[in-house]
Design a binder for this molecule. Structure first.
Ligand code: 5GP
Ligand code: MG
Length: 169
């Protein structure tokens, strides 16, 4: 059974607010919006259209090593953006943060390339900080501790196309 957790209208309204907050937060400098595939693809497309300043868009593909059942934080870049990161403001866009380990590791990799700043914009946060206490600078919604799908999030590659976020529980 599925339960709608965030409706299409709620998401659209919140994404508009995030876009305005991001516009205000970057008064100058080059801004590169970096989406983590695949989960962030819909969020990134809506979000960049709500940001009213020049920016560039690229994506990252991350692969986890080892045990697939839990997030090990042991990640490597499968697709590495060709864009130069040095000197740019990087806004890393993630669909959902659980423990935060994936993001922490990706930020470590990107920091080594000398960007001017790195911040995170996440649509959802489960706040399960059992390991790493790094809250996203920009956050859509606090998420329940349930398995969520839709608006880019999948279960075995299904449900990504749903225009809302639903719980499978
Ligand atoms: P973390 O490293 O923060 O523990 O894990 C975050 C990643 O786990 C997300 O990028 C996402 O791929 C996956 N994830 C965590 N919770 C959910 C969920 O409720 N639904 C889906 N579809 N993926 C999730
Ligand atoms: Mg993900």
């Amino acid at each position: 059974m599925k339960r709608v957790v965030f409706t299409e209208a709620e998401i659209a309204s919140r994404v508009g607010e995030l876009g305005a907050a991001i516009t205000d937060a970057y008064p100058d400098g080059d801004l590169l919006v970096l989406g983590l595939l695949k989960g962030s693809f819909i969020f990134v497309s809506d979000l960049v259209r709500a940001i009213r300043r020049p920016l560039q868009v690229d994506f990252l593909v991350v692969s986890s090593y080892g045990n697939e059942m839990v997030s090990s934080g042991n990640v490597r870049l499968v697709y590495d953006p060709e864009t130069v990161l040095a000197g740019k403001h990087i806004l890393l866009v993630e669909d959902i943060v659980d423990t935060g380990r994936t993001l922490a590791r990706v930020m470590e990799i990107l920091r080594a390339r000398g960007p001017r700043s790195i911040e995170v914009c996440a649509l959802l946060d489960k706040h399960d900080r059992s390991f790493i206490p790094t809250p996203p600078r920009f956050l859509g919604f606090d998420a329940p501790s349930e398995f969520l799908v839709g608006y880019g999030l999948d279960h075995a590659e299904n449900f990504r196309h749903l225009p809302y976020v639903a719980s499978l529980q």
